[in-house]
Design a protein around this ligand. Structure first.
Ligand code: COA
Length: 254
């Protein structure tokens, strides 16, 4: 079975992350599969809404750390960048259902979703600095806008995780439900959206995003440049090796 499963029915396309043994950590192949599916859904009039979902126990542990170390993304055409651009520019409603850990891109991708349902076990974490990295997916712009600079600094600089309750309070998610109900709850919302007139939906989304769309894409490009440099720097290499060796990183000389 594929690490990203795709199912389209009734105008709703569901992409399910399916690499649970590795906590749905995202590989280049998974980003490519999602980017391709989003591009196809954007063009196919029969696909009106896309829902990203994981497992009841885990949404995603973020980028695969071995991939960061051995197969770092290079250039705008790297699958991760194609995926990030696809979610930022997706012209139809984009939704997510999130249970358990949503680490790194697992949280930042939600900033580009129109509606998000969380399980009450959801845990959002942005450990970029802990890994010697910087924010991506325009989260350096969108997260402070959403929750204010102080709370964003706690999440992005200290790397403190936050709960589903906090995510609801700051408006990162629309609803918090038991994990067993999250995917079904999101699907019910998606079905309501899919029944609406597509042009009106798409134009309304475009108008909501238009005032800062160019800035969002520019910030994403700027972050990408810094991220690329930091990925190859000693602090990140130490952090990735420490994770894979199951030890604490030592940044004392870095
Ligand atoms: N990349 C590669 N492998 C990962 C991974 C990642 N991002 N996250 C988890 N895994 C692997 C673990 O190495 C482990 O593999 P093993 O069974 O071969 O030892 C397996 O998935 C289970 O992970 P584990 O850490 O034991 O699960 P947990 O339930 O204790 O913790 C997380 C879950 C998500 C909190 C924890 O795995 C984690 O913090 N992962 C790293 C998150 C991260 O830093 N992502 C990058 C963001 S930019």
């Amino acid at each position: 079975m594929s690490d990203v499963m795709k199912h389209s029915e009734g105008g709703v396309t569901t992409l399910t992350l399916n690499r649970v043994a590795s906590k749905n950590a995202l590989t280049a192949e998974m980003y490519a599969a999602m980017a391709d599916a989003l591009s196809e859904a954007a063009q196919d009039p029969a696909q009106r809404v896309v829902v990203l979902q994981g497992h009841e126990a885990v949404f995603t542990a973020g980028n695969d750390i071995s991939d960061f170390l051995n197969n770092p993304p290079a250039g705008a055409e790297a699958p991760v960048h194609r995926f990030l651009h696809a979610i930022a520019a997706f012209p139809k409603p984009l939704m997510a259902a999130v249970c358990g850990p949503a680490v790194g891109v697992g949280t930042t991708l939600l900033l580009h979703c129109d509606l998000v349902v969380a399980g009450d076990n959801a845990m959002f974490a942005l450990p970029f600095v802990n890994l010697g990295l910087c924010p991506e997916a325009a989260s350096s712009l969108l997260l402070p806008q959403l929750m204010g600079h102080k709370r964003a600094a706690q999440a992005l600089l200290l790397g403190d995780p936050f709960s589903a309750e906090t995510a609801l309070e700051v408006g990162l998610v629309n609803a918090v439900v038991p994990p067993t109900e999250a995917n079904a709850h999101a699907h019910a919302m998606a079905t309501r959206l899919a029944a609406k007139p597509l042009d009106a939906l798409m134009q309304s989304k475009r108008l909501m995003k238009a005032p800062q769309q160019a800035q969002t894409l520019q910030v994403m490009t700027d972050e990408g440049e810094v991220f690329k440099r930091l990925l190859l720097a000693p602090a990140a290499k130490e952090a990735f090796s420490a994770f894979l060796d199951k030890r604490k990183p030592d940044f004392s000389q870095l």
